[in-house]
Design a protein around this ligand. Structure first.
Ligand SMILES: C[S@@+](CC[C@H](N)C(=O)[O-])C[C@H]1O[C@@H](n2cnc3c(N)ncnc32)[C@H](O)[C@@H]1O
Length: 197
């Protein structure tokens, strides 16, 4: 029998709950509200870019948002530096039958070979300056960045305005009234002009 995305999302939630008894994956409180706090929170990102394209998910942790996006049909490269978490992600990819669209870099993003992605996401991985620094080499002017930023979206954006250019907007989260998602394209570092002698 073919499993629907809903079956796979339920199976994924069970895998996380089970693994959470062995390692710290997500906050214990959020396990009780897994659908809203994690599944819906991740799934909403798909609506913020045109369909299709290859996604890069940096600091995937338990697989959020990367595994959810892959279950929902996206092609995703997950990046996770912690060994136990990376092993869990490999287990999810195998068990949920996602090998045709999810791949894993089990290591730091800094060690991943440069390639271009159509979409870049990262949830709770790093503040915007570090996130842009570590990921810009995987982007080009058409890459859509979709970055859930909780309550700090606007203030984090303010911190990069002097050093980064691009078309940035802040979109309210559908799952948390206080949270927002930074969506950007054509992201590039400001070129510093040489001071005249
Ligand atoms: C706070 S967790 C968030 C996990 C997940 N994205 C979520 O929203 O639940 C951040 C994750 O980023 C990973 N991480 C931190 N620095 C990293 C790096 N340089 N490269 C790859 N992963 C990194 C950590 O191991 C951790 O699993």
């Amino acid at each position: 029998m073919t499993e629907t995305p809903q079956d796979l999302l339920a199976a994924y939630a069970d895998l996380v709950r089970d693994e959470a008894t062995r390692q710290n994956l997500v906050s214990a409180a959020s396990l009780d509200a897994f659908q809203t706090r994690h599944i819906d929170d991740s799934a909403q990102l798909l609506d913020l870019a045109p369909p299709g394209g290859r996604w890069l998910d940096i600091g995937s942790g338990a697989g959020l948002p990367g595994i959810v996006l892959a279950i929902l049909g996206a092609e995703v490269r997950l990046v996770e530096s912690r060994r136990l978490r990376a092993e869990f992600l490999a287990h999810c990819i195998e068990t949920l039958g996602l090998k045709d669209r999810a791949t894993l870099h089990a290591g730091r993003i800094e060690t991943m070979e440069t390639e271009r992605f159509d979409r870049i996401t990262a949830r709770a991985y790093a503040p915007l300056p570090k996130l842009l620094d570590s990921a810009v080499r995987f982007s080009d002017r058409n890459t859509v960045w979709i970055l859930p930023k909780g309550r700090t979206a606007s203030s984090e954006l303010d911190t990069v305005r002097g050093t980064w250019q691009g078309e940035f907007r802040v979109v309210p989260s559908r799952t948390d009234a206080d949270a927002a998602i930074v969506v950007a394209t054509n992201v590039r570092q400001n070129v510093r002009r040489k001071e005249p002698r």
